[in-house]
Design a binder for this molecule. Structure first.
Ligand code: SF4
Ligand code: SF4
Length: 135
């Protein structure tokens, strides 16, 4: 059993196609959708956690790529620029997964990339543009 967090980018011609359903039924994957942004006739984006047998997962991603889905690892999605952060802690209270948190008693801000679900809630909150989506 392997597990990956991925960003799936769907071109407009695939928006109405049940690709996620195909991945689940054809390749027996578990797909946990962490975030979805789908607009008719535009690109769609899903942030997912997928798990399953390694061969099935590899085959599923190969299939998705073949039909036109662009696949990126989630770990490349969020950048926290510590050198720009003034540790105001504004982002830590809005972060739903606690990827951004305050270390106590030092009161320093930390970013745990593995916990981040790329919800982007922190982006408009940060007054110093210390957090960036790189998708
Ligand atoms: S995008 Fe920002 S608010 Fe959302 S989970 Fe990641 S660090 Fe937290
Ligand atoms: S909102 Fe920006 S400046 Fe404030 S703690 Fe978060 S990353 Fe740092």
């Amino acid at each position: 059993m392997v597990k990956k967090r991925l960003v799936l980018n769907f071109p407009p011609h695939l928006i109405d196609r049940p690709v996620t359903y195909e991945l689940i039924t054809r390749y027996k994957l578990r797909v946990n959708i962490l975030k979805a942004r789908v607009t008719p006739k535009e690109w769609g984006r899903l942030v997912v956690e997928v798990s399953g047998n390694k061969n099935d997962l590899d085959a599923a991603l190969q299939y998705a790529s073949t039909i036109g889905v662009e696949i990126d690892p989630l770990s490349k999605g969020i950048a926290w620029h510590q050198e720009l952060c003034i540790e105001c802690t504004a982002c830590t209270s809005i972060c739903p997964s606690k990827a951004l948190s305050v270390k106590r008693p030092e009161m320093t801000v930390e970013f745990d990339r593995d916990k981040c679900i790329a919800c982007e809630l922190c982006i408009p909150v940060c007054p110093y543009e210390a957090i960036e989506i790189q998708l």
